[in-house]
Design a binder for this molecule. Structure first.
Ligand SMILES: Cc1cc2nc3c(=O)[nH]c(=O)nc-3n(C[C@H](O)[C@H](O)[C@H](O)COP(=O)(O)O)c2cc1C
Length: 372
């Protein structure tokens, strides 16, 4: 290999490394284990990209984790917020394995806790301790952390096969929830119709639709300033279509957002995505406790990293399992169809497939998650 090829190779590697830290902290910029761990954790997914993660760093190797109830309309029990906390814990676990640390988690260390609308949980949801251990091996998922994301574009190509699903589960390793897989139009169709209807309910219900407006960011400038929330860019819009749709949004004007024209345009885009699904996966737990929520969040983030290795992308569709009154009727139908008993809970529903790379969502700075 001649010198110019080596130099080009090195340049490409550097560009790739820089790109992975675009919009995300670089763990190498921090020296203490807790701060490095937060830099890994913040790459995690969270509902509406709320990043509801609050950390009390009690020493260089220990932290207490709290959450804030930021989506009381679509997520009254804060179940999905807690799943997001589980995602954060798992990303820390995978990242810190590369640094030679074991991540020990003591769940609900001060017992059950209350979390009332817009308040930070009164007790920690976990105590996390990092222990240096020469026997810790790099997690098999480590190399894919920065490739994970949510991809809401229409999916194309072949259906995801049972053997692809088995490969994903093998790479994930141990998990707490039971993963159910559906593929092929016949199996998926009744579910897809329910997901589309559930989205209609969420968008037609003023309180839940308004909550989404509050979390929506209407320009690249606003995204860069707030570094959270969701946007047209994250919905898969780009180029000319993004420009037109941004204009139609009228900078988040309430009448426009709740109007019939926006409803129709939203559902058109949503249905394009839903009906292009190449497989569905449900994460089900036998009970529905706070521990189930955190642990199935950990499962989801492992799944979300693992698929990156296989060039598969994913998009959650959780509306029908959300716990607010307007969804109850459809949720009953969904439970009957999916044969879920009263004690069980489907914690997460995702579509899977193959698609073009999507817009990378923002994250706040490490310091923003640390409690005073
Ligand atoms: C518990 C949980 C539930 C989610 N539910 C949905 C959902 O119903 N619809 C959706 O489009 N995205 C959903 N997401 C994805 C988030 O919106 C996404 O993770 C966040 O915007 C950050 O983007 P990223 O995953 O690309 O990093 C969910 C994520 C989590 C962790």
């Amino acid at each position: 290999m001649n010198l110019s090829k080596i130099l080009i190779g090195l340049l490409l590697i550097t560009m790739n490394v820089n790109a992975q830290y675009e919009k995300r902290a670089n763990p190498d910029d921090y020296t203490t284990p807790v701060l490095k761990a937060i830099a890994y954790g913040l790459t995690a997914p969270s509902p509406h990209n709320t990043q509801s993660w609050y950390l009390d760093t009690i020493s260089d190797t220990e932290m207490l984790m709290y959450v804030k109830h930021v989506l009381p309309e679509t997520d009254p029990p804060a179940r999905q917020i807690m799943m997001g906390a589980g995602c954060f814990i798992e990303l820390m676990n995978v990242g810190m394995s590369q640094e030679g640390y074991e991540t020990n988690v003591d769940y609900l260390p001060q017992g059950d806790f209350q979390i009332i609308a817009n308040k930070i949980s009164d007790k920690p949801i976990a105590k996390i301790t990092f222990v240096k251990n020469d026997n810790v091996k790099k997690d098999v998922l480590y190399d894919y952390i920065y490739q994970r994301g949510t991809n809401r574009k229409p999916y194309r190509g072949k259906m995801i096969t049972q053997s692809e699903f088995e490969n994903i589960k093998t790479l994930m390793g141990d998990y707490h929830s039971q993963l159910q897989f559906f593929t092929g139009e016949k199996q998926m169709q009744p579910y897809l119709n329910i997901f589309s209807k559930a989205m209609e309910i969420e968008t037609r219900t003023k309180s839940t639709n308004e909550e989404t407006r509050q979390k929506f960011r209407f320009s690249e400038k606003e995204l860069k300033e707030k570094k959270d929330g969701i946007s047209l860019q994250q919905m898969g819009y780009e180029g000319f279509i993004l420009k037109i749709a941004t204009k139609q949004m009228n900078n988040g004007d309430s009448l426009t957002w709740h109007g019939e024209k926006t409803f129709k345009a939203t559902m058109k885009g949503i249905n394009k995505g839903i009906y292009s699904s190449k497989g569905l996966i449900f994460f089900k737990t036998k009970t529905n406790t706070k521990l189930d929520w955190i642990k199935s969040g950990r499962d989801y983030s492992r799944f979300n990293i693992a698929i990156a290795k296989f060039g598969i992308v994913t998009h959650p569709y959780n509306q029908v399992i959300q716990e607010y009154p307007e969804m109850e009727g459809l949720q009953k139908k969904f439970k009957t169809l999916s044969k879920v008993t009263d004690s069980e809970k489907i914690q997460m529903i995702v579509r899977v497939g193959r698609a073009k790379i999507s817009y990378k969502s923002w994250r706040k700075e490490v310091e923003d998650y640390i409690m005073d």
